[in-house]
Design a protein around this ligand. Structure first.
Ligand SMILES: Cc1cc2nc3c(=O)[nH]c(=O)nc-3n(C[C@H](O)[C@H](O)[C@H](O)COP(=O)(O)OP(=O)(O)OC[C@H]3O[C@@H](n4cnc5c(N)ncnc54)[C@H](O)[C@@H]3O)c2cc1C
Length: 152
C-alpha cells in the first residue's frame, strides 16, 4: 500500500530448558545459555517447517546429544520443558530497514535477532527515522538489495 516490501519467512527453532542449577556457565555460548535464574536453555535447531510450531523428539534428541557433547555435566540435569517457535527470518537473514520512496514518513523495520539488535532499534534507527532518512549506513539494509541481477 505504501511501496514497501518485507520478504520474510517463518523458520522454526526448538528450545529445551533444564531445571535450575547453580551458576556454572560464565561464557556466552551460541547454542547453550544459562539464565540468571539458573535454568539452561539449549537451542540449535534451524528448521524450514512453514508455520508448523510442533515439537519433535527426533530433533530434541539431536540437540541434547550435541549439548552433552559440549558440556558433559548437562547429562545430569532434568529437562523441564521444551517448546518451538517461529523466527521471523528475512530472505538473507539480515534486518530489513526501509523507507517508502512514494509515501514520505512510511518506514519498515523487520528482523530476526531482535534481542541482539535491540540497542540499534532503540537508539540508532529511531534517530534516523526522526531525521527523515535512513542515510547511507542503514540504507544498505533497504529491501532493494534483493533486486540484483543474477551472477553469470
Ligand atoms: C527459536 C528462536 C530463537 C531465537 N533466538 C534469538 C537469539 O538468540 N537472539 C536474538 O536476538 N533473537 C532471537 N530470536 C528472535 C527474538 O526472539 C525476536 O527477534 C524478538 O523477540 C522480537 O521482539 P519483539 O518485541 O519485536 O516481538 P515479540 O517478542 O514477538 O513480542 C511481540 C508481543 O506482542 C504480542 N502481540 C502480538 N499481537 C498482539 C495483539 N494483536 N495485541 C496484543 N499483543 C499482541 C505477542 O503476544 C508478544 O508478546 C529467536 C526467536 C526464536 C523463535
Amino acid at each position: 500500500m505504501v511501496g514497501l516490501e518485507a520478504p520474510v519467512r517463518p523458520q522454526r527453532g526448538q528450545i529445551m530448558v533444564t531445571e535450575k542449577v547453580a551458576p556454572f556457565l560464565d561464557y556466552i555460548v551460541h547454542t547453550i545459555r544459562q539464565t540468571d535464574e539458573g535454568g539452561v536453555m539449549i537451542s540449535d535447531s534451524v528448521e524450514e517447517a512453514g508455520y508448523d510450531t510442533s515439537v519433535g523428539s527426533e530433533v530434541l534428541a539431536i540437540m541434547a546429544e550435541r549439548a552433552v557433547g559440549m558440556l558433559p555435566l548437562l547429562a545430569r540435569l532434568n529437562v523441564v520443558r521444551c517448546w518451538a517457535a517461529l523466527r521471523v527470518m528475512p530472505k538473507d537473514g539480515f534486518p530489513i530497514y526501509d523507507q517508502s520512496d512514494s509515501y514520505a514518513g512510511a518506514y519498515l523495520a523487520t528482523c530476526h535477532s531482535g534481542v541482539t539488535l535491540a540497542a540499534n532499534h532503540a537508539l540508532v534507527l529511531p534517530e534516523a527515522i526522526d531525521a527523515g532518512t535512513l542515510g547511507e549506513d542503514l540504507g544498505a539494509f533497504r529491501a532493494r538489495r534483493f533486486h540484483v541481477s543474477p551472477a553469470h
